[in-house]
Design a protein around this ligand. Structure first.
Ligand code: F6P
Length: 565
């Protein structure tokens, strides 16, 4: 089915109304302190629940009536049509002529037969693959799956990059308290040999299982690391006398210590991995939208199938909410529109994500690929140039570490940086420092920061503390720095699924307003091509070196002069 060209959001009545609203707010003066005083029910009007997550948007630079204007914009750009097209399998990734069906990865078994796309019973295929992954995970967890010398696997090493690494790696870190089978995971992504060298340190080849994850099974980094890992395994086993190095023993070792996840199962087999030990997914799952597909196999092993199912339920909960809630009340859609508000009307490029949970320390890195590879584009899905700024620079670190590093710029710098503050009420590690609950001490910072950012501190307040006049200006906080507070009950597999789905859909909403195909990533191709071309010039090929531009030649000459190995 052909898709309609994007609506130019900037030419819609809703955009004009938002521009007027923005101008009016600026004329009136943006003043959160005053708005809180003037609007006694502001917090109530700007608070939402989705799944078991609580959202407080009241410290953003919006008024309750702004939400209606956001909903009008969603209507004008036909968000509803785009969402329906996505979940029903229309090829909305039109530059690659693919459906975009990550929402099908978490649909329940009862939905089998309800979604037939390009002749495929999508949910049935998803559930069949999950069953195979769960059977495999159970075997590894119970010790029924044995390494070549009969030992239980104690470490799984995921080798992948981009979407084949960031999602499972982030989720493993986030859900470590649920790893209950005595199996840990490591993640190798970088082609820099340092990554593999460090991540294999201390591992015993006899108890290590590699999961090679690559949607295309052509990615240079992943295939190079997979070959290196194969060498590490076989040499290690031979050195310890576990195998004698015959072809049959080597093949047996690979069979017992390597599995793969890919959409290209023929290439997996060519690599030497038994097709029985390969888990597929489909071209309608984008790499950065794939953690809940077979790409999450390392999670199913470490956490167990039941927890992986909970993870999927969390995604599905938010999917259902997003698809079925009218935009004005739909906090997922509203957050996407809020980002557009800051990006296009306030002309803000950066967006901080600040999890107040150490377990979420890889979440900002994960979101960087999700959001920036999706919406870092200047051409719309019909091939025409965009009509406004697109994409946000997502960045962040867990609180309170960020507080002692870069929050200064958010509090008192010249740029406006909207920030998402994420925290959970309960911790798996409750502790006391004397009488003080340490998690409460931690959360005190979570609550304090958004308050300080919103309401600031006036010169009079600073003076009242006895501050010498000369340094009063340096100690003033203007306030009016926008934040969204997201508060969950506990960082469970379910809650993590909810959070990921939340940001997936935020990305879709922004992409729809901007008219982007958020599901392709042509922008990463040129660098890949040039790396292939340049690599021969580095140490041997003088002709290839001479063909480079002057700057590249000069850099490679420096390299050649200083190479010591
Ligand atoms: O960086 C480009 C990219 O294609 C990402 O979109 C993807 O997640 C990553 O490379 C890895 O690709 P693959 O899973 O095919 O190895």
């Amino acid at each position: 089915m052909a898709i309609n060209p994007p609506v130019d959001a900037t030419q819609t009545p809703a955009w004009a109304a938002l521009q007027k609203h923005y101008d009016d707010l600026q004329a009136e003066g943006i003043d959160l302190k005053k708005w809180f005083a003037d609007e006694p029910d502001r917090v109530e009007q700007l608070s939402f629940e989705a799944g078991d997550l609580h959202f407080d948007l009241s410290k953003n630079l919006i008024k309750p009536e702004t939400l209606k204007l956001f909903a009008d914009l969603a209507k004008d750009v036909k968000l509803d049509e785009r969402v329906k097209a996505m979940v029903s399998g229309v090829h909305i990734n039109n530059t690659e002529d693919r459906a975009v069906l990550h929402t099908a990865l978490r649909r329940p078994v009862e939905d089998e037969g309800k979604l037939i796309v390009d002749g495929q019973d999508v949910v049935k295929d998803v559930r069949e693959t999950l069953d195979r992954i769960y059977a495999f995970a159970d075997k590894v967890r119970s010790g029924e799956w044995k390494g070549v010398t009969g030992k239980k696997i104690t470490t799984v090493v995921n080798i992948g990059i981009g979407g084949s690494d960031l999602g499972p790696n982030m989720a493993y870190e986030a859900l470590k308290p649920y790893a209950d089978a005595g199996i840990s995971a490591r993640y190798i992504s970088n082609i820099d040999p340092n990554d593999l060298a460090e991540k294999t340190k201390g591992l015993d080849p006899e108890t290590t299982l590699f999961i090679i994850v690559s949607k295309t099974f052509t990615t240079l980094e992943t295939l190079t690391n997979a070959r290196e890992a194969r060498t590490w395994l076989l040499e290690g086993l031979k050195a310890s006398g576990a195998i004698d190095g015959s072809d049959a023993q080597r093949a047996d070792a690979i069979k017992k210590h390597f599995v793969a996840v890919s959409t290209a199962l023929d290439k997996v087999e060519a690599f030497g991995i038994d097709p029985a030990n390969a888990f597929g997914f489909w071209n309608w799952v984008g790499g950065r939208y794939s953690v809940d597909s077979a790409v999450g196999t390392s999670l199913a092993v470490v956490l167990g199938p039941a927890r992986f199912e909970e993870f999927l339920h969390g995604f599905h909960e938010i999917d259902e909410y997003f698809v079925n809630t009218p935009v004005e009340k739909n906090v997922v859609a509203l957050l996407g529109l809020l980002n557009v508000w800051y990006r296009n009307f306030f002309n803000v490029a950066a967006h901080a994500v600040l999890p107040y949970d150490q377990y979420l320390h890889r979440f900002p890195a994960y979101l960087q690929q999700l959001t920036m590879e999706s919406n870092g584009k200047s051409i719309r899905w019909d091939g025409t140039p965009v009509t406004t700024q697109t994409g946000e620079i997502f960045w962040g670190e867990p609180g309170t570490n960020g507080q002692h590093a870069f929050y200064q710029l958010i509090h008192q710098g010249t740029q406006l940086i909207p920030a998402d503050f994420i925290a959970f009420v309960n911790t798996p590690n409750p502790t006391k420092d004397g009488d003080q609950d340490v998690h409460e001490l931690f959360l005190g910072n979570y609550f304090a920061q958004t308050k300080a950012l919103a309401f600031g501190k006036t010169a009079d307040e600073v003076r009242a503390e006895g501050t010498p006049e000369a340094i009063v200006p340096a100690r003033v906080f203007t306030g009016n720095k926008p934040t969204t507070s997201i508060l969950g009950v506990a960082l469970t597999p379910f809650a993590l699924g909810e959070l990921i789905a939340l940001y997936e859909h935020i990305t879709l909403v922004e992409g729809t307003v901007w008219g982007l195909d958020s599901y392709d990533q042509w922008g990463v191709e040129l660098g890949k091509q040039l790396a292939k071309q340049i690599t021969p010039a580095i140490s041997q090929d003088d002709e290839a070196l001479a063909a480079q531009d002057a700057s590249t030649q000069s850099l490679i000459k420096f390299y050649r002069e200083h190479r010591e190995f």
